[in-house]
Design a protein around this ligand. Structure first.
Ligand code: TZP
Ligand code: MG
Length: 221
């Protein structure tokens, strides 16, 4: 299936439980085993995010993770679009301060996933007006304050999140401060899914953490 711009259509259901990695939080099992157990627990999408590794290290980690995931769910990388291309990942996720959407899509080609972080309605409108046919989804956040991203923008809260999700012309995934005790309320917004770092990476058992989060999707219906 292709849309008018020949960009592959991506299903929002892939965003239902979106894992963003943090290697330092995965100390107990290591990054690869943490991700694999989370996928066994139902994680539907993985974003490799590592603010510390240099490009060579990140490329090695990306290749290792790709081999372990073996196509079960999409694997994208945060910010480093050229590494997504080099390691033949499924795409990339970029923020407002990274390279442009146009440049990222040019590097990745038409079939890759490309997501953009959004914190305000004006950012959403700008993306709609300029990059709609180059993007597959929006990451909306932070929903709540979180220690995982110390420099995060002001939290949207649940109603601010829902306003953005309702206005979005693309699938959306909510991020920031989502834990087991608030996941159900986030699933009750118009977002297609939730993205978490610490709720899975810092969990004692990443498989059970993923299962428990997905149970909140069932309970939200
Ligand atoms: N972008 C906005 S908030 C955030 C990112 C990467 C961190 C979310 O981490 P956590 O542990 O799920 O709150
Ligand atoms: Mg970024």
């Amino acid at each position: 299936l292709t849309n008018s711009s020949n960009l592959s259509v991506k299903n929002g259901s892939a965003l239902k439980l979106y894992l963003v990695t943090d290697s330092l939080m995965c100390q107990k099992l290591g990054l690869v085993q943490t991700v694999c157990e989370a996928i066994e627990g139902g994680v539907s999408f993985v974003q490799l995010r590592d603010k510390k590794a240099d490009d060579d290290e990140l490329y090695q980690i990306a290749c290792e993770l790709k081999e372990a995931i073996a196509g079960r769910v999409p694997l994208v990388i945060n910010d480093k679009v050229h590494i997504a291309k080099k390691a033949k990942l499924d795409g990339a996720h970029i923020g407002q301060g990274d390279l442009s959407v146009t440049e990222a899509r040019h590097i990745l080609g038409p079939d890759a996933w490309l997501g953009l972080s959004i914190n305000t309605l004006s950012q959403l409108q700008h993306a709609h007006n300029n990059h709609l046919d180059q993007l597959n989804y929006f990451g909306l956040g932070p929903v709540f304050a979180t220690h995982t991203k110390p420099d995060h923008a002001s939290p949207l809260g649940l109603s601010g999140l829902d306003d953005l999700a309702k206005a979005s012309l693309l699938p959306t995934v909510a991020i920031g401060g989502i834990q087991l005790d608030n996941a159900r309320q986030v699933y009750q917004t118009h977002c297609d899914g939730i993205a978490v770092v610490s709720a899975i990476c810092a969990a004692d058992d990443p498989k059970i953490a993923a299962q428990d989060l997905l149970q909140q999707h069932v309970l939200a219906q």
